[in-house]
Design a protein around this ligand. Structure first.
Ligand SMILES: [Fe+2]
Length: 267
């Protein structure tokens, strides 16, 4: 390869997807669940996110009815990643919330626990479903939450059996007040062929509102970037910008680039 071609190739690679991104769903909090194991891994994950042009991470902790970290534990982990970010001068803003597995009494939990909710206004709730939930129950659940004043953001719908069987279920949840947020990693097969095809159907049907990484380890961000490239190649940069910046900024309630201060859900 001539030197000229070498530089052209480098230039093409580095100008790929150079748009800022907001990742609303990433398990970078150290040692609170099955995400980052320790502070060293959290730092690696933040550095990997920056390489994928992520400028804001909403650090999420799993909440299940029967198993959940205490608020104080999340607060401590969130303080640790902010300190790591500051010490290493990473140009990244951070917020913190929960990914909640839906259960019938979950509204009471949302009302009582501010850190469970996403965004400055505290009205968005990241929701996942257990494998036994069917389409009718999921649609009823998001409708019930919407009526109660919460805006459900359904995470990785492409991984739920009822959506894999009927991808139009994502659009139905959307029409009942939910926002739909597939994992970008699904487009490059991170969860297998069925989840990939389901994510593609959701996108094709116009039912995706945002994309996130659902990162549990640093290498997820390479797949996140590859998933975004896949979407850009098929549907154009504008859609990627809408799903990884415009809509996530609306959910956050601010643009990290213009408003650098962190959103602290504990205030
Ligand atoms: Fe997650």
């Amino acid at each position: 390869m001539s030197l000229f071609n070498f530089w052209r190739k480098k230039e093409a690679a580095s100008s790929e997807q150079p748009f800022p991104k907001v990742d609303l769903h990433a398990h970078i909090l150290p040692d609170v669940d099955d995400g980052s194991k320790d502070e060293a891994m959290s730092l690696e994950m933040m550095e990997a996110a920056l390489k994928a042009y992520v400028v804001h991470i909403n650090a999420t902790a799993h909440h299940r009815n029967t198993l959940s970290p205490e608020t104080a534990e999340i607060q401590d982990a969130f303080s640790k990643i902010k300190a790591l970010r500051d010490k290493n001068l990473l140009p990244l803003s951070l917020s913190c919330s929960m990914e909640t597995e839906f259960y019938p009494e979950v509204e009471t939990f949302f009302k009582d626990c501010r850190v469970s909710l996403t965004g400055k206004a505290g009205k968005y709730a990241l929701i996942e479903f257990t494998s036994d939930v069917n389409q009718q129950a999921a649609v009823a659940a998001v409708f019930q939450l919407s009526l109660s004043g919460f805006r459900p953001v359904v995470v990785h719908p492409e991984r739920f059996y009822f959506v894999q069987r009927h991808p139009e279920a994502a659009g139905e949840m959307q029409s009942r007040g939910a926002l739909i947020m597939p994992n970008a990693t699904s487009f490059v097969g991170h969860y297998g062929q069925v989840a990939k095809e389901t994510a593609e159907s959701i996108l094709k049907n116009g039912a995706a509102d945002a994309l996130s990484s659902d990162a549990h380890r640093p290498d997820y961000y390479e797949q996140y970037a590859a998933g975004c490239r896949w979407v850009a190649k098929k549907y154009g940069d504008k859609l990627v910008n809408d799903l990884t910046w415009k809509n996530p900024c609306r959910i956050l309630g601010y643009e990290p680039e213009t408003e650098r201060d962190d959103f602290d859900p504990f205030l």
